[in-house]
Design a protein around this ligand. Sequence first.
Ligand code: AMP
Length: 388
Amino acid sequence: MKTIKDIDIKNKKVIIRCDFNVPIKDGKIIDDTRIISSLQTIKYCLDQNTKIILLSHLGRVKEEADLAKNDLAPVAVRLSELLNCEVKFIPKTRGQELETAIENMNFKDIILIQNTRYEDLDGKKESSNDEELGKYWASLGDVFINDAFGTAHRAHASNVGIASNLPSAVGFLIEKELTALSSLNDPEHPFIVILGGAKVSDKIGVIKNLVNKADKIIIGGGMAFTFLKAKGYETGTSLIDEENIEFCKKVLKNYSNKIILPVDVAVTTEFTEKEEYKVKDINNIEKNEMGLDIGPKTITYFAEQIKNAKIVVWNGPLGVYEFNKYKVGTDKLLEYIVNNNIKTILGGGDIVAAAVNYKDKIYHASTGGGATLEYLEGKTLPGIAVIK
Ligand code: AMP
């Protein structure tokens, strides 16, 4: 893997594809983790006396109405504060204003251009990796650094398109993400996988790819109920992925000793936070009840399973994390991991957000949910493959 240190960038115009896809409400950035994660690469480029052109996407742009709410301007302000220097924002993705601003750059100047997905309004040019757009952006610089792990699983004009037209390398963030994830290629054992979230269908690829490598796969969240139903339990009105019951049956049959399921759950009758809930063993769920979190016996049981783990990878919450009442299972297991110093890789928005207060205590919290998942599925990440 060619990293930023393997490529000569000194005194050059460097285009860096960052992941500034941060939550913004009323023009205010709510969580700047991704901006902070990009600083090491930007600072290194400053030290190398380069002219820096930053690109990123923000949200999705499908229609005119999406433009204003996905304006990248607030990121330039925050970045200026964090770097303690001016970051000039160009509210365009191409054209005279952008080209003149680049022509007038001095070394160590930084420009951030408008959300790359503004180009999606015109025939999805960014997201479909329009050849002409990739070439155009590449023409603005001398070297390309991809540091956006969050979009590495997509072939877009702002990563694959530019990299196909310029000498390229990955930045420090992608290098860090890949170093952490590659420890799972030949993992130390016990290697335990924890999967949660809504649907089995989203995790089939991960289960197939890791079931032979992992010593245990712990399953919680909505997807646990499809497995419980496959085992013959009454699951009431819990979330069920009917199409994948057969898949779950097969996995349970072939890997019965590896799949770890909840033994008790928090159940209620409505998908809201208002109703009272009861904790029930999994053989006592009634027809009108839905499980929205794992129960206390399960928390202890899951903790027992990971106690001696050499490495854990966790994707997806173990309950309905958006409701305070049903985030207990996820939070308690996370607390156990932190308190017991269990080497853990977290991937996926919900679970990384759950660990926000443990930033330095988790071995690795990935900045890319989808990219991590595809890596765990054993897939090639096009944004990185193009650089290899
Ligand atoms: P994912 O995007 O697949 O990681 O799934 C995350 C979503 O799963 C969150 O929005 C959770 O609310 C949802 N989820 C977790 N546990 C359950 C559950 N027991 N029932 C319904 N949804 C759940």
